[in-house]
Design a protein around this ligand. Structure first.
Ligand SMILES: [Zn+2]
Length: 314
C-alpha cells in the first residue's frame, strides 16, 4: 500500500561468505583476526570511505551545493556533517514536549528518545532528505538515528523497530519513504535489532481531499490527534510478527506526538508490547526543569495508549 523499502534489517555479511582458498597461494592477512563486529565496523568504514570518494569524484563532474550552508562542495559539506553529528550527540527523552503523549496529570503515556533538537543543520538536512532522499544525508542522518536507538534500547536484543508508515499521498509524491530509508541505514549499525515494517495507513476521508494531503502542518493539537486517530493498523498478515514482541516505534520528527501515539495504539491492538519510540529530531528541546536525562526506555514495560494511561508492568 505504501513503502516497499522497509523490511530488511540485516547487517553486513560477515566473513562466512568468503570461499575457501589454498593458504599457500593466499597467505593470511598481516593483521590479527577480527571479531565479527569489528569486521562489520571495518566494512562500514570502508563503505563510507568508498562512497565518500565516489561523491568527491561526482562533485568534480557535477557541481553540487551543500544543502545546509550552500557551499559548493558535496550535498553535505564536511563542516555541516560534523555540525549534524554534534547536534545529535546527546540523545534525550523528548515525550514531555509532545502533548499527545503526556496525560493531563503529567503521566507519561509513551517514552520517546530523540537524537537531537529539530533545528539548524539537523532540521535543514532532514528537510532536504525528505524532499530528495540524498545518499549522503541518508548516511549522516541514519548514523544519528542509530545512536539514538542504541541509547533507547540498551541491551534490547530481540526488540523490533517499527517504522511509522508514510501516507499514500506522501509516498506517491516523493516516490520513497524517508523514515524507512533512514531506518534501513540505521539498522545496518544495529546488530541484534530487527526492523518490522508491519504498520500501514488506512485510507481515510482526509486522503480524499486534494490540497489537504500534504501532512499536518498548521493543524492544532486536537485537530491533528483527531485526524490520525484510527488511521493506522498492523497489516493483517503481519500480526504474528509483533504478537507479544517488544517494539520500539521509529519516526523522523516528534511534534505533538499524535502520529507516534496512533502507531502505538495500532501495535497494541495487534498484541505487541510497545516500549516507546525513537525519533531523529524533536521540535521541542529537552525540558530544562527535568532531571538529567534518564535516556534508556525502561524494559519490560508496555505502553497502552488505547486506555489513555500507562500499561501494566509485564
Ligand atoms: Zn555545508
Amino acid at each position: 500500500m505504501n513503502s516497499r523499502s522497509g523490511g530488511g534489517g540485516a547487517t553486513g555479511s560477515g566473513p562466512e561468505g568468503t570461499r575457501r582458498m589454498d593458504p599457500d597461494l593466499h597467505p593470511p592477512p598481516p593483521f590479527p583476526a577480527l571479531h565479527r563486529d569489528e569486521h562489520a565496523a571495518v566494512l562500514l568504514r570502508l563503505t563510507d570511505w568508498l562512497s565518500g570518494a565516489a561523491a568527491d569524484l561526482l562533485a568534480l563532474a557535477v557541481p553540487v551545493d551543500c544543502v545546509c550552508c550552500g557551499a559548493e562542495d558535496r550535498t553535505l559539506c564536511a563542516s555541516c556533517a560534523s555540525r549534524i553529528r554534534r547536534l545529535a550527540r546527546s540523545p534525550f527523552r523528548a515525550e514531555s514536549g509532545a502533548p499527545a503523549l503526556v496525560d493531563v496529570d503529567g503521566t507519561i503515556m509513551l517514552p520517546v528518545v530523540a537524537a537531537g533538537v529539530y533545528r539548524d543543520e539537523l532540521a535543514q538536512g532532514l528537510l532536504s532528505f525528505k524532499r530528495h532522499g540524498q545518499h549522503q544525508l541518508r548516511r549522516s542522518l541514519g548514523r544519528a538515528l542509530a545512536a539514538a536507538v542504541r541509547a533507547a534500547a540498551r541491551d534490547g536484543s530481540g526488540v523490533l523497530l517499527v517504522p511509522v508508515p508514510t501516507g499514500t499521498a506522501a509516498y506517491l509524491n516523493r516516490g520513497f519513504s524517508p523514515v524507512h530509508l533512514l531506518l534501513k541505514e540505521a539498522a545496518r549499525q544495529l546488530p541484534g535489532l530487527n526492523v518490522a515494517d508491519v504498520l500501514a495507513k488506512k485510507p481515510g476521508p482526509g486522503l480524499l481531499l486534494p490540497g489537504r494531503m500534504g501532512g499536518q502542518k498548521g493543524l492544532g493539537r486536537g485537530a491533528r490527534a483527531q485526524r490520525v486517530r484510527g488511521s493506522m493498523r498492523v497489516r493483517p498478515g503481519n500480526r504474528q510478527k509483533v504478537l507479544g514482541r517488544p517494539c520500539i516505534i521509529i519516526d523522523d520528527v516528534l511534534t505533538t506526538g499524535a502520529t507516534i501515539g496512533e502507531a502505538a495504539r495500532a501495535l497494541h491492538v495487534a498484541g505487541a508490547q510497545v516500549r516507546g519510540a525513537v525519533v531523529l529530531a524533536a521540535t521541542r528541546p529537552p525540558d530544562a526543569s527535568a532531571p538529567a536525562t534518564p535516556v534508556p526506555i525502561p524494559h519490560g514495560r508496555s505502553h497502552d495508549l488505547e486506555k489513555n494511561k500507562p500499561g501494566k508492568d509485564e
